[in-house]
Design a protein around this ligand. Structure first.
Ligand code: SF4
Ligand code: SF4
Ligand SMILES: [Zn+2]
Length: 305
């Protein structure tokens, strides 16, 4: 809803600028042409935009709750938390891409890239981004990285498993975002590893099957590469849903979480049981994907009354 337009106090009275209250010309909008008033107009437009986005997000979340609140509560009860307030929970995006054995050319392209960056790491003269030998004093970049690689509770992965890795689609073309620096860091932690052993370590974590069109490490339950072996961006990046779950884990505490991954276009499929969600719980006993739970029907649109 946009802000109300200024109205003349009586018929025939001049329209007034919303900022300085000076008279407006026929071609002015609701602010006059003075730079200060135009700046004020831009600020108000930006504030309106933020408010509208927040209102749209709140409305979308209310619909999401109406459709998935019951399955979320059921999954929480199965995860040992009959009261939803006592367990970290939330939403995530949901992708419905199949998981399949990777085509040969995808594996070959990844192997080529991996061999290249491993060779660069082991070749001091051939590494344009610099070789940091494990025998040198501790590399400050590595020390900084090592201090910040998140040591997170596995419960936080409930968001990414429900989502199935929306953000990891970017890792397909980027070959898991691995760089010579990633390999250097691995070698800092495994100083005795030979080039062949480093390659084998990375190849050994490839899942049998990956999400079609996504990163090679994107398996059916999320990333299969241990955090310490991932590229920096994969450790740094957290979407707003994962951040929200992290905040709830912080508040509620505990070692479990329940998340509904919900397709962005679920509202186009209003019927009960529409297959556009994935409910996941993570507890110390492991991951459970609650495929049997059904999405509710779309609630009536209050604007239609
Ligand atoms: S970080 Fe967010 S977008 Fe990426 S996989 Fe996890 S939940 Fe999905
Ligand atoms: S390495 Fe893991 S976190 Fe990074 S893009 Fe690939 S699947 Fe996602
Ligand atoms: Zn003005």
């Amino acid at each position: 809803m946009s802000a109300p337009q200024p109205q003349p106090l009586y018929p025939g009275a001049p329209r007034r600028c919303r900022a300085c209250h000076g008279p407006l010309t026929a071609t002015d909008g609701d602010h006059c042409a003075r730079p200060a008033c135009q700046t004020r107009a831009r600020v108000m437009a930006a504030q309106d935009g933020v408010r509208r986005r927040r209102e749209a997000e709140e409305a979308a979340e209310a619909v999401a709750w109406a459709r998935t609140g019951d399955p979320l509560r059921t999954a929480a009860a199965r995860a040992g938390a009959p009261d939803l307030d006592t367990v970290a929970h939330g939403f995530a995006p949901y992708m419905d891409l199949p998981v399949q054995a990777r085509p040969m050319d995808v594996d070959m392209a990844f192997l080529h890239r991996l061999s290249d960056i491993v060779a660069r790491s082991f070749d001091p003269d051939g590494a344009p981004d610099g070789y940091r030998s494990h025998q040198e004093p501790p590399d400050p970049d590595f020390a900084n990285w090592a201090a910040h690689v998140p040591d997170e509770t596995p419960a936080l992965d409930a968001a990414c498993i429900a989502c199935q890795g929306d953000c990891c689609l970017q890792g397909a073309g980027a070959k898991a975002f691995l760089t010579t620096q990633t390999i250097d860091y691995y070698r800092h932690r495994h100083p005795e590893a030979t080039a062949e052993e480093v390659r084998a370590a990375y190849l050994g974590h490839l899942p049998e099957e990956s999400v079609v069109g996504s990163c090679v490490y994107h398996g059916p339950l999320g990333c299969t590469l241990p955090r310490q072996m991932r590229a920096e961006v994969c450790n740094r990046w957290q979407c707003r849903w994962r951040l929200a779950l992290a905040a709830r884990l912080e508040t509620v505490g505990g070692d479990r979480a329940v998340v509904v991954g919900l397709a962005r276009d679920h509202t186009e499929h209003p019927q009960e049981g529409a297959p556009y969600m994935r409910v996941v719980s993570v507890t110390p006993d492991g991951v459970q994907v609650h495929d049997d739970l059904r999405m509710g029907a779309m609630p009536p649109d209050p604007a239609a009354d």
